[in-house]
Design a protein around this ligand. Structure first.
Ligand code: SF4
Ligand code: SF4
Length: 330
């Protein structure tokens, strides 16, 4: 077996990515992954396997860890390294080398994006978790569980003490829209501390975080995170678009649209107040509001409650206050 074939097998690299392997790993990282195989090795063992000095092996492992080519694990109380996989690497690749990722031809990227969503579903064990949600809609056994209204997200950000921003890996990977992709997702408090420990993210002030949130809302992004429930702390994770978001796309792919991430509100249109300006139609990311010709030949605004994700983007921009959000549990 050639070295490249061994790397492809260990790293679970899809065939479509093989011609672009230089984006995925350097020649030295390929040697590293092949040397690791399915094992976890210490810095000393890696140095010996690759014929490197200790400091050079340490530097290689640090860089490869930050690039998600390898991951650090603890084995028998000792720090070791094991090979990562193409799924994790692609998540980081698009954030670390966005221009390189965009150089992959569009049709190949489209295939890879489909593969990456399937891998995401497998990686997070989503089929099982969403089954739990089907049985118990209040199950907390899932990340990024809730769609949040702007006012809910603002309250959560205001209550947090540590505000860390990270790029949106959904939009850097899928790249299906022009929405902001850099420093637009949040890691608050404990998760922020963990993110910084991993060498990722950037601290911003509370005021800066609030401004990022307001800008995202103005641009038409949906806020997701988790509500405070069953002793769990509320948090805001993402400012998501319908076209790139992995949770939204995975929820749809698994027949759980609106249940994960979960909507908690439904839009309501007061026809008497509506002047038919169409702002809400432009704003709705899910096509739940649209224009059609009425029987009298005039255009009318139609609301499809089944398509509504309860994001509140229509309500917070309707100039007449004709769109409001109603809690689903009431
Ligand atoms: S934004 Fe408000 S006023 Fe304009 S069409 Fe929508 S509901 Fe009517
Ligand atoms: S109609 Fe529903 S999905 Fe569309 S913008 Fe309003 S709340 Fe969001």
């Amino acid at each position: 077996m050639t070295k490249l074939a061994a790397f492809q097998q260990i790293f679970r690299l899809p065939d479509a990515l093989l011609p672009y392997v230089d984006l995925v790993a350097t020649a030295q990282e390929i040697d590293l992954v092949v040397a690791l195989g399915e094992r976890a090795l210490s810095v000393g063992q890696v140095a010996e396997a690759l014929g490197l000095g200790g400091a050079a092996a340490e530097r290689l492992l640090l860089d490869a860890t930050l690039r998600a080519v390898v991951e650090r694990v603890v084995e028998d109380s000792a720090i070791c390294y094991r090979a990562c996989n193409a799924y994790r690497r692609v998540t980081y690749l698009s954030m670390q080398d966005y221009d390189g990722w965009l150089r992959v031809p569009e049709d190949v990227r489209a295939t890879l994006i489909e593969w990456h969503l399937d891998e995401n579903i497998r990686h997070h064990d989503l089929a099982r978790r969403l089954d739990l949600l089907r049985q118990d809609p209040d199950s907390l056994e899932i990340h990024n569980r809730d769609i949040l209204l702007l006012e809910e997200a603002l309250e959560i950000v205001a209550a947090a003490e540590l505000h860390v921003v990270v790029p949106c890996d959904c939009r850097t990977t899928v790249a299906a829209c022009a929405h902001e992709r850099w420093n637009t997702c949040f890691r608050l408090d404990d998760r922020g501390r963990w993110t910084l420990e991993m060498g990722e993210g950037q601290i911003v002030t509370k005021e800066e975080c609030i401004q990022i949130l307001l800008n995202a809302d103005r641009a038409g992004l949906i806020h997701t995170g988790q509500r405070a429930e069953k002793g769990r702390k509320a948090t805001v994770n993402g400012n998501c678009c319908a076209c790139c978001s992995y949770p939204i796309r995975a929820g749809m792919a698994l027949g759980m649209a609106q249940q994960w991430p979960r909507r908690h509100y439904l839009a309501h249109r007061d026809e008497a107040r509506c002047v038919g300006c169409g702002v809400c139609v432009e704003r709705c990311p899910f096509g739940a509001l649209f224009c059609r010709e009425a029987e009298d030949g005039c255009m009318e605004i139609v609301f499809d409650a089944d398509a509504c994700f309860g994001c509140g983007l229509c309500a917070n921009t309707c100039p007449e206050g004709a769109m409001t959000m109603r809690p689903l549990s009431v």
